[in-house]
Design a protein around this ligand. Structure first.
Ligand SMILES: Cc1cc2nc3c(=O)[nH]c(=O)nc-3n(C[C@H](O)[C@H](O)[C@H](O)COP(=O)(O)OP(=O)(O)OC[C@H]3O[C@@H](n4cnc5c(N)ncnc54)[C@H](O)[C@@H]3O)c2cc1C
Length: 397
C-alpha cells in the first residue's frame, strides 16, 4: 500500500495532502472502527508513513519542525469527517506522549521510543486517570511505585486510557513519595509486554473510533531508568504539555461542530426553513469566532508565547459550544440524525456520541474552566494581551 507523504512546500499544499490522506486512507475505515471498538494499528501505520507524527517535532529530533499550526490543519482534516475518536487517538501520541518524552526523556528513552513513534510502528498511551478519579491527581493517584534492588515495583489501576489496548508503551503516573504532595508523583515508561501489565478494552459512549482501555498493573518490575526525567516531577512535566494537548483537542472539537452545521444546512428541509437557517448562521458565527481565537492562540504557541490560559479558555468554550451546536443540529435534522455511519453523507450519529464525552475528555470542563478563572485572577489575561502586542501578526495555516 502506497501512503503519500504530507506535502510541506506550502500551507495550501499541506492542507490538500492532509485532505487526500484522510479521504483515501482513514475515512473509508471509520464506519468499521466506530462499530468495532476503535481504530486498529493500521491508523498509526498510515499516519506514521505519511509523516503525521513528525509534523510538530523539531527537526533536531527527527521531525518536520512545522509547529502546532500544521498539526491543527491535519486534525481539522480528520475531524471534518465528524468522528472524533481518530483525532483523539492521534492527539494522545502527537500532543501528549511525544512532548512528554521530548521534554523530559533521557537520551536512551528517546533513542528507544522516538523513532518507532515517529514512523507509527509504535503506539503510546498516557495513563493518568484511575477508578477513584482523574481531576484531583495529587490526592487521588493511588498507583504506587516503590524502589527495589532491580529498580522500581509498580502496582495500581488506570482507567479510560486512550490507545491502551493497542499500545506498546504506557506513560504511567504513579506516586513515588506519599508525603510530598504534588512533588510525590512520577511518570514511568512501561512497555505493555512487561509481566504484570494487563489491558482490557472499554466501550465508551463516545470517541468510539479510538480504542480505550482499563489497565491493571500488578507488581511490575521496572528498571531504574524507566522514570521519565526525575522522580517527583510528573506534575511539572504534565503542566508543560497540557496547553498543546488542549489546543489540539479544541481544534478537532470545533471542526466537528462546523461539519455538523454544514451537514445540517445541506438538508433540503432545513434549507427551506428561514428559522433553521438563522440558527445555523448564528452557530457558524460562534464557531468562526472560537476558531479565530484558537488560531491566534496556536500562533502564539508556535512563537513560544503560548500559555495555559489560552488553552484552558478555548478548551472550556469549544467543548460546551460544540455540545450545544451538535445537539441543536440533531434537533433540526430530526430522526435521521440518529442513524447512519460516519462515512454516510449527513450522518450526525458519531458526533452526537462524541459530544457526550467532551465534558471530561482532556480534563473535565469544570476543572479546566476553574483553572482558567484562577489564571485570570492571577493577572495572566493582562500579561497575555501585552505579550500578543509584541508578537508578529498573521494567521497560521
Ligand atoms: C473517551 C475518554 C478517553 C479518555 N482518555 C484518557 C487518557 O488517555 N488518559 C487518561 O489518563 N484519562 C483519560 N480519560 C479520562 C479523563 O481524563 C477523565 O475523565 C477526566 O480527567 C475527569 O476525571 P474523572 O472522570 O475521574 O472525574 P472526577 O475527577 O471523578 O470528577 C467528576 C466530575 O466532578 C466534577 N469535578 C471534579 N473536580 C472538580 C472541581 N475541582 N471543581 C468543580 N467540579 C469538579 C466535574 O464535573 C467532573 O467531571 C478519558 C476519558 C474518556 C471519557
Amino acid at each position: 500500500m502506497i501512503i503519500p507523504s504530507l506535502r510541506t512546500d506550502s500551507p495550501a499544499a499541506f492542507r490538500a495532502s492532509a485532505d487526500t490522506l484522510v479521504s483515501c486512507h482513514i475515512a473509508p475505515h471509520l464506519t468499521e472502527w466506530e462499530a468495532n471498538g476503535g481504530a486498529t494499528r493500521r491508523l498509526f501505520n498510515v499516519a506514521g508513513r505519511a509523516g503525521v507524527f513528525r509534523v510538530p517535532v523539531p527537526v533536531s529530533d527527527g521531525g518536520l519542525g512545522l509547529g502546532l499550526a500544521h498539526s491543527v490543519a491535519f486534525i481539522r482534516a480528520v475531524s471534518r469527517h465528524a468522528a472524533g475518536g481518530v483525532a483523539a487517538s492521534l492527539c494522545v501520541q502527537t500532543h501528549v506522549a511525544m512532548p512528554l518524552l521530548l521534554g523530559a526523556g533521557s537520551d536512551r528513552q528517546k533513542h528507544t521510543w522516538l523513532p518507532p513513534l515517529l514512523n507509527g510502528s509504535a503506539i503510546t498511551a498516557v495513563a493518568i486517570t484511575e477508578p477513584t478519579g482523574g481531576s484531583d491527581l495529587v490526592n487521588s493517584t493511588a498507583t504506587w511505585a516503590v524502589r527495589a534492588e532491580e529498580g522500581w515495583i509498580l502496582s495500581g489501576e488506570k482507567t479510560f486510557i486512550t490507545n491502551a489496548p493497542i499500545a506498546d508503551c504506557l506513560l504511567v503516573l504513579a506516586r513515588t513519595d506519599r508525603g510530598a504532595g504534588a512533588l510525590g508523583l512520577t511518570f514511568f515508561l512501561v512497555p505493555t509486554d512487561l509481566p504484570g501489565v494487563e489491558v482490557r478494552d472499554l466501550r465508551t459512549a463516545g470517541l468510539r473510533s479510538s480504542r480505550t482501555g482499563h489497565v491493571r498493573l500488578t507488581r511490575c518490575v521496572l528498571p531504574q531508568d524507566a522514570v521519565l526525567g526525575r522522580p517527583g516531577l510528573a506534575m511539572v512535566q504534565l503542566a508543560r504539555v497540557l496547553p498543546e494537548e488542549r489546543l489540539a483537542i479544541s481544534a478537532g472539537v470545533l471542526e466537528c461542530a462546523r461539519c455538523c452545521v454544514e451537514r445540517t444546512a445541506a438538508r433540503p428541509a432545513v434549507a427551506r426553513s428561514q428559522t433553521a437557517r438563522a440558527e445555523l448562521a448564528r452557530w457558524l458565527v460562534e464557531v468562526e469566532a472560537a476558531e479565530a481565537f484558537l488560531d491566534a492562540a496556536v500562533h502564539r504557541f508556535d512563537q513560544g508565547g503560548g500559555d495555559r490560559l489560552d488553552a484552558d479558555l478555548i478548551k472550556t468554550v469549544s467543548a460546551r459550544l460544540t455540545q450545544r451546536i451538535v445537539n441543536g443540529c440533531a434537533r433540526l435534522t430530526g430522526t435521521d440524525a440518529f442513524v447512519g455511519s460516519p462515512a454516510g453523507e449527513g450522518s450526525l450519529l458519531p458526533a452526537l456520541r462524541d459530544v457526550r464525552v467532551l465534558s471530561v475528555f482532556g480534563g473535565s470542563c469544570e476543572t479546566v474552566r476553574d483553572s482558567a478563572a484562577a489564571e485570570i485572577l492571577r493577572g495572566a489575561a493582562t500579561r497575555r494581551q501585552t505579550d500578543s502586542l509584541s508578537l508578529a501578526g498573521g494567521r497560521p495555516v
